[in-house]
Design a binder for this molecule. Structure first.
Ligand code: NDP
Ligand code: 2IT
Length: 449
């Protein structure tokens, strides 16, 4: 139960309207629980209907995506774009291609994206989209035809000043390339800023590929420094996933002096007590889209275990969940605590269930929530948009320095917000309040309702 009668009413309406959207309810409830601490000081939120407006997407687009496989058979997937909020800038957020994609998942992701983008300090609204298409096992030609069909409908809803999609699970440089090609052909106009995560030869930004994983480690390093007078140096790290976020989190954690001993994919995990050899992981995952199991066949001294959740049995000082939502429940969290971890930072979106976060905070672990910790990806997308507008490219070092600055600022911003509302050290509350206040102020200033 929420303390505020107003927030409880809003939450009940969210649940009643869409009773099946469990992930969306979870994301909304976490934010409303934080707002419960400040809503009394802001009677204007209720007077102006800010929160009931905030939890309802501005627009939800749902469309058919027919495509033809290599055998000539027709398949029909469902495509979506949730344009959640354009209060502080054009809609901005990734596209996910995964068989589990549905409205609940995309609404939770779009909702979190509003607050995350607000925290970056850059002018970006919140959105998310994607499809229940499964890129696994598909040929390049099939993925290309799917992307072209997807963009044939999506193109009319996006634009550099309207909505700027990017990657997420199952959508990387290959898919963004095909999507951009189709957009350009249909529109007859080279609008580089319509998508981010593009190839470096056609308007992409240096560091965008690395940005989410690097940013996660920059924020974690700042959190360790300011809250524990500590660092990655000498720490054992476990990272779930072995995709874009996990790979570059592994690279940066290692550069900062940590030892990453385990990574996973949806089938299972590898444990390498000598420290993960990232070149091998990159060769498997980026080189030929293989399975993580192959690592144990190639690297002596490492082992492979089936079941991706079992990775959290491997003891670590720092846990970086970088695969998917709700991968850590209360029971797994207890194992992580029992094994002596000191910090958890979310690279994936909402990887920890509410019970898990509770276990970590009760046990006194440092906990960095996704909307702050993984904001480096979209922040660098924002920097890609800036470069596209300038028709100019910054060097790797320039973008990396800006990314680091943004992550350090986010940490201090959320730390201070938690302190100001009397919840010192609770970065979940800090991130929700700091992210929300800016959006709410803009909604009030623009008279959106
Ligand atoms: P990728 O597709 O590159 O990699 C995803 C990884 O997670 C793979 O190892 C995949 O295993 C695993 N995974 C995906 N779904 C599941 C599942 N249902 N169960 C178990 N394992 C799963 O995606 P990203 O690295 O880009 O994204 C990872 C997370 O980070 C997501 O939560 C995403 O929303 C978030 N994120 C991504 C950003 C970005 O810039 N890319 C920015 C901010 C957040 P397998 O290959 O076996 O499917
Ligand atoms: O969840 C996320 O922040 C992303 N997938 C990145 C979005 C983006 O627009 O770069």
């Amino acid at each position: 139960m929420l303390k505020s009668e107003y927030l409880q009413r809003v939450y009940t309406q969210v649940v009643t309207r869409d009773p099946d959207q469990k992930e969306f309810h979870q994301a909304v409830l976490e934010v409303l629980e934080s707002l419960d601490m400040i809503v009394e000081q802001h009677p204007e939120y209720e007077q102006k209907g800010i929160i009931e407006t905030f939890v309802e997407p501005e627009r939800m687009i749902c469309f058919r995506v027919p495509w033809i496989d290599d055998e000539g058979k027709v398949h029909v997937n469902r495509g979506y774009r949730i344009q959640f909020s354009s209060a502080i800038g054009p809609y901005k957020g990734g596209l996910r291609f995964h068989p589990t994609v549905n409205l609940s998942i995309l609404k939770f992701l779009g909702f979190e994206q509003i607050l995350k983008n607000s925290l970056t300090g850059l002018p970006m609204g919140g959105a998310k989209g994607g499809s229940d298409f499964d890129p696994k096992g598909k040929s390049d030609g099939e993925v290309m035809r799917f992307c072209q069909s997807f963009m044939t409908e999506l193109n009319r809803h996006i634009g550099q000043f309207v909505d700027v999609p990017a990657g997420d699970i199952g959508v990387g440089a290959r898919e963004i390339g095909y999507l951009f090609g189709q957009y350009r052909r249909i529109r007859g106009s080279y609008d580089a800023g319509v998508l981010t995560g593009k190839g470096l030869e056609f308007g992409g930004s240096l560091v965008r590929t690395e940005a989410t994983g690097y940013g996660l480690c920059y924020l974690t390093e700042e959190m360790l420094k300011c809250m524990r007078n500590d660092s990655f140096q000498g720490k054992t790290v476990v990272i779930s996933g072995s995709g874009n976020v996990a790979i570059f989190a592994c690279q940066k954690a290692t550069q900062l002096g940590g030892k990453v001993v385990a990574m996973s994919d949806s089938n299972g995990y590898i444990h390498d007590p000598n420290g993960i050899d990232l070149d091998v992981v990159k060769d498997i995952k980026l080189g030929h889209r293989g399975r993580i199991k192959e690592y144990a066949e190639r690297v002596p001294g490492s082992t492979y275990t089936e079941g991706f959740r079992n990775i959290w049995n491997v003891p670590c000082d720092i846990a970086l969940p970088c695969a998917t939502q709700n991968e850590i429940d209360g029971e797994i969290a207890k194992i992580i605590v029992k094994n002596g971890a000191m910090a958890v930072a979310e690279g994936a979106n909402m990887p920890c269930r509410p019970e898990a976060i509770h276990v970590f905070q009760e046990a006194g672990l440092l906990f960095a929530p996704a909307k702050a910790a993984n904001a480096g990806g979209v922040a660098t997308s924002g920097l890609e948009m800036s470069q596209n507008s300038m028709r100019y490219s910054w060097t790797f070092e320039e973008v990396d320095a800006k990314l680091k600055d943004i992550m350090v600022n986010i940490f201090h911003n959320i730390y201070n917000a938690a302190e100001e509302c009397g919840h010192s050290g609770d970065l979940v509350v800090g991130a929700n309040i700091a992210g929300f206040k800016k959006v709410a102020d803009v909604m009030l200033a623009q008279g959106l309702i």
